[in-house]
Design a protein around this ligand. Sequence first.
Ligand SMILES: NC(=O)c1ccc[n+]([C@@H]2O[C@H](COP(=O)([O-])OP(=O)(O)OC[C@H]3O[C@@H](n4cnc5c(N)ncnc54)[C@H](O)[C@@H]3O)[C@@H](O)[C@H]2O)c1
Length: 253
Amino acid sequence: MFDLTNKVALVTGGQGGMGKAHAIALAEQGAKVIVTDLDLDQCATVTDEIKSRSGESACFKMDVSNKSEVNNVFDQVIQQFGRLDILVNNAGIYSPKPALDLTEDEWDKTINTNLKGQFLCAQRGAKEMAKNNWGRIINISSVASGQVGVGIAGGAHYTASKGGIIGMSETLAIEWAPLGINVNVIAPGAIDTPMIQSADMPKEAMDAILERVPLKRIGKPEEVSAMVAFLAAEEASYITGATFYVDGGWLAG
Ligand SMILES: NC(=O)c1ccc[n+]([C@@H]2O[C@H](COP(=O)([O-])OP(=O)(O)OC[C@H]3O[C@@H](n4cnc5c(N)ncnc54)[C@H](O)[C@@H]3O)[C@@H](O)[C@H]2O)c1
């Protein structure tokens, strides 16, 4: 679809779910893909899959909320691959709990993973991209991020983190445009991944979502990866600071 030959891409939270699909999609367009997540063995299964399709790939254990770990992994990536062109900030957690019961630690964990983690990776990645005056940062938010009428009961910490991503990305897009770095957001609707399966949503809640989704089905990870591949490509050169909803029409429904 797009030519990402010689580009080096790093995907966070890439061991499964949408992150894995994004890693494979970028590799299919020719990028060398670094897969990172909390479990190195799981990441290795994704790099093996990429290599089995003749792609180039490496994996690292990286907790996005840990600044020294992030810096250390980016250093190793530069040592091994010499550059970084594309960053997909995909890692995230969703642990629903009523706001009245939410502890400070639970709040901090979600914000540190979903929001601070994206900033730490974007900041470190941008320093490398600036050296080549070319970069693509793709931050994964959610339809549940504010301003579009999708609040989720039990998700005060999650929606705060996802809304923060959009505000942060608009600012980074402005600051880093002179460096040749485009920063965009993808806000998925309901997508079939371990996250949504483990959220253990009551059938009525899922039915209520599908009622609002004109396409009447949950999305597949690959349907979000297509947007990732586009935003990573040269063809997306005039797009920055934008948020793309990949939601089966949810917001129109
Ligand atoms: N599935 C959906 O319906 C949906 C909808 C909107 C947005 N999202 C977002 O999409 C992204 C991918 O989620 P998914 O649905 O594939 O879920 P997932 O749980 O399969 O993937 C999330 C990944 O992030 C990793 N992760 C968690 N904490 C981490 C940390 N501190 N450091 C590094 N990695 C960490 C997990 O190990 C996991 O592999 C998330 O940001 C999520 O919020 C998902």
